[in-house]
Design a protein around this ligand. Structure first.
Ligand code: GTP
Ligand code: MG
Length: 238
């Protein structure tokens, strides 16, 4: 596996063309089809470098905002951040799911979640403050917003998702690049990790899975309530 896990920010995503070629050859052999051959591999490596740069641009903006909040308000809105580049396997899967040709044009022009940043905040107000101040920056364009906090998913999932576009300055000039930013509180992250485990657990029977899903939905409601109460105490303390 090349990428795909959300990891702490210091991680170095730079991969060379031979590393990417080896990985693509391995995946193509497993899937029985040749994906990204010849020049496409070089373009893929270049694309990943641009996405990695976009991730760095956005995460630096978020770090600067966090520091500014801290200096002004003695409070850090961001607890920590994680980022990931979508793996080749997941990218191929997604292109197949969307019935798109499996090539670099599809990745560049049709997918907006190759680069992902997860911003774990302390309180719900922090989530919205960070999102608003990031979105207001002059070189950031918000392409899409999904507010699963205002309107949680039926399974109880809550988070604020933004697709933002940021210029990455290459030797050839600026390249506008999409980054998926998932903002959530510590409680929402805690919940999402467990739900994610349940979702990909296939060695338990359906009735146990259903019972856990119902229990998780109850937990989501309880966590939302506790979060509200803690937010009030936090606000009251000033
Ligand atoms: P994807 O094809 O999954 O990317 O869906 P989408 O393009 O409609 O994006 P959406 O904004 O709904 O979700 C993007 C990402 O948020 C997912 O890839 C997950 O990382 C996360 N996510 C969304 N829904 C859930 C959920 O129900 N549970 C968990 N644990 N994570 C979720
Ligand atoms: Mg996705």
């Amino acid at each position: 596996m090349l990428y795909n896990e959300y990891v702490i920010l210091e991680h170095d995503f730079t991969l060379t063309v031979p590393q990417i070629r080896a990985s693509i050859e391995r995946i193509s052999a497993v899937l029985g089809t040749t994906y990204f051959s010849g020049d496409e591999i070089i373009r893929y490596a270049e694309l990943m470098q641009v996405y990695s740069g976009a991730m760095r641009e956005v995460s630096t903006k978020l770090e600067n905002l966090d520091e500014e909040f801290h200096v002004r308000n003695f409070h850090n809105p961001i607890h920590h951040m994680e980022c990931r580049l979508k793996s080749i396997e997941s990218t191929i899967d997604k292109l197949k799911r969307k019935h798109l040709p499996i090539n670099c044009d599809s990745i560049e022009y049709e997918l907006t979640d190759i680069a992902g940043i997860r911003v774990i905040c302390n309180y719900i107000d922090d989530v919205y403050n960070v999102a608003q101040t990031l979105a207001a920056q002059s070189d950031i364009t918000v392409l899409r917003t999904k507010d699963y906090i205002a309107k949680p998913k039926p399974n109880g999932y809550r988070s604020l998702h933004l697709i933002v576009q940021v210029p990455v300055f290459l030797s050839t000039g600026p390249r506008l690049t999409a980054v998926e930013v998932q903002l959530r509180t510590i409680a929402m992250d805690y919940w999402a990790s467990l739900e994610h485990r349940l979702r990909y657990k296939n060695d338990i029977d359906e009735s146990r899975k259903l019972a856990h899903a119902q229990e998780l939905l109850d937990c989501a409601h309880d966590l939302a309530d506790i979060e509200q109460r803690m937010q009030h105490i936090h606000q009251d303390l000033g």
